[in-house]
Design a binder for this molecule. Structure first.
Ligand SMILES: NC(=O)c1ccc[n+]([C@@H]2O[C@H](COP(=O)([O-])OP(=O)(O)OC[C@H]3O[C@@H](n4cnc5c(N)ncnc54)[C@H](O)[C@@H]3O)[C@@H](O)[C@H]2O)c1
Ligand SMILES: [Zn+2]
Ligand SMILES: [Zn+2]
Length: 345
C-alpha cells in the first residue's frame, strides 16, 4: 500500500509499505477512503514531537471501511463504514472509566505518533470497538473527517472546559481549523458575543461566515483593547487560546472576565507568564486538556441531524496520489487559504 512516511525533521515521502494486519484480537484494519492533515503533523515534521520516530506513517484523522477484524471485535464487521477517532481507548482502564480516553494506559494519541497512522491506504486500529464509530447511512463522509480530532477538541477543550453559556461572551484567539471548530461548537450554546482574533484576514472572514459577532486582526489592532471595548470593560466569560504561543495566552489572561474561564486549547512548546498577582482576586479558572473524543458520538448525531456542518472547513481536495501536493498546500496556508485539505482514495 501507499503511505506518507515521516523520515525525521523536514523529511517525508510517499512510499510502498506492507498492508497492516490484525495483530491482537481487539484490532481492526481499515481501508482509508478519506483523510486529512493536521497542524500537529506539521509540528512532527518540524521535529517538535520527538516521541514520533522516523519511519512512522503520519495521520490521526479519517474515515474508511472495515477490511478485517480480530476475533475479539464485536461491534464492527468487514464492510462497515467507520469514523476513526484520533484517540485510541481501551474502555477498561482507570482513565477510560473516567472518560479521560486521552490518557488511556494502552491508548491515547497513538495514531500517526507512536504507531502508523491514517495517511495511508490501510491503517490498523487498536481497541477497535472503543476507538471507531459507525457512520450513519447517507452521511457526508468528508464532513465527518472533521470529527476525528478538531470538532471534539473544540467542543471538549474549548467549549465545555470554557463553560460557554447562553448569552455569555466568548473570545477565541486563533482562527485556524481548531479555533474555527471551537467557534462552531460554541454556537450550540448560543453565546451573545463570539469575538475571534487572528492575524489572517482570510481566516477572520471565514470566522465571520461561521457566526463570529466580531473579528479582530491583532496584527493591526490591539486585541486586548478591542475586546475590552466590545465587552464594555468587563472582558469575556470564556477566553479560548487556540494558537499555542505566549503572546496569545497573554491576550487571554488580559481579557478573561471576573469569574470567567481561560480555556487553553493550543499546544505549547515554551513556558508562559502567569499573572497571578492580578488574576488571584478575579475568581477565574484556567483549564487545559488533550482531547478525549468523548463528545464524538454526540457530534456525529448533530451532523446527521443537520445542526452542525463542518464541511465548510474543507478548502482543498486531493487524491491519495497527490499527498505531497496536499502537504505543500496545507503548509503554505497563508498563501493558499487552506484550512482543512481532504485527501481521498
Ligand atoms: N488540546 C488539544 O487536544 C489539541 C488538539 C488539536 C490541536 N491542538 C492545538 O490547537 C492549536 C491550533 O491548531 P490549528 O490546527 O488551528 O493551528 P493553525 O496553526 O492552523 O492555527 C493557528 C492560528 O493562529 C493564528 N495566530 C498565530 N499567531 C497569532 C497571534 N500572535 N495572534 C493571533 N493569532 C495568531 C494563525 O494565523 C493561525 O490562523 C495548535 O497549537 C494545535 O496543536 C490542540
Ligand atoms: Zn490533530
Ligand atoms: Zn484505557
Amino acid at each position: 500500500m501507499k503511505a506518507l512516511v515521516y523520515h525525521g525533521p523536514g523529511r517525508k515521502a510517499v512510499e510502498e509499505r506492507p498492508k497492516p494486519k490484525v495483530e491482537a484480537p481487539t484490532d481492526a484494519v481499515i481501508r482509508i477512503t478519506k483523510t486529512t492533515i493536521c497542524g500537529t503533523d506539521l509540528h512532527i515534521l518540524k521535529g517538535d514531537v520527538p516521541s514520533c520516530v522516523p519511519g512512522t506513517v503520519l495521520g490521526h484523522e479519517g474515515v474508511g471501511v472495515v477490511e478485517e477484524v480480530g476475533a475479539g471485535v464485536t461491534l464492527f464487521k468487514k464492510g462497515d463504514p467507520v469514523l476513526i477517532s484520533c484517540i485510541t481507548s481501551c474502555g477498561k482502564c482507570e482513565y477510560c472509566r473516567r472518560g479521560v480516553y486521552s490518557h488511556c494506559v494502552s491508548g491515547g494519541w497513538k495514531l500517526g505518533h507512536v504507531i502508523d497512522g491514517t495517511q495511508a491506504e490501510y491503517v490498523r486500529i487498536l481497541h477497535a470497538d472503543t476507538s471507531l464509530h459507525h457512520i450513519p447511512p447517507g452521511s457526508d463522509e468528508a464532513a465527518l473527517v472533521m470529527l476525528s480530532d478538531i470538532l471534539p477538541t473544540g467542543m471538549e477543550i474549548g467549549v465545555r472546559n470554557g463553560k460557554v453559556a447562553p448569552g455569555g461572551s466568548v473570545a477565541i484567539v486563533g482562527a485556524g481549523p481548531v479555533g474555527l471548530a471551537c467557534l462552531l461548537a460554541a454556537r450550540f450554546y448560543t453565546p451573545g458575543q463570539i469575538i475571534v482574533v487572528d492575524l489572517d484576514d482570510n481566516r477572520l472572514e471565514v470566522a465571520r461566515r461561521f457566526g463570529a459577532t466580531h473579528v479582530i486582526n491583532s496584527k493591526t489592532t490591539n486585541a486586548v483593547e478591542a475586546i475590552m471595548k466590545i465587552t464594555e470593560g468587563r472582558g469575556v466569560d470564556t477566553a479560548m487560546e487556540a494558537v499555542g504561543i505566549p503572546a496569545t495566552f497573554g491576550i487571554c489572561e488580559s481579557v478573561v472576565a471576573v469569574s470567567g474561564v481561560l480555556a487553553n486549547v493550543g499546544v505549547h512548546g515554551v513556558k508562559v507568564d502567569l499573572h497571578i498577582e492580578r488574576l488571584w482576586a478575579q475568581n477565574i479558572s484556567i483549564t487545559t486538556g488533550l482531547v478525549d473524543t468523548v463528545t464524538t458520538p454526540m457530534l456525529l448525531k448533530t451532523v446527521t441531524a443537520g445542526s452542525l456542518d463542518p464541511a465548510g472547513l474543507i478548502t482543498h481536495r486531493f487524491k491519495f496520489g497527490e499527498m505531497m501536493e496536499a502537504y505543500d498546500t496545507f503548509a503554505r496556508a497563508a498563501e493558499t487559504g487552506a484550512l482543512k485539505v481532504l485527501i481521498e482514495a
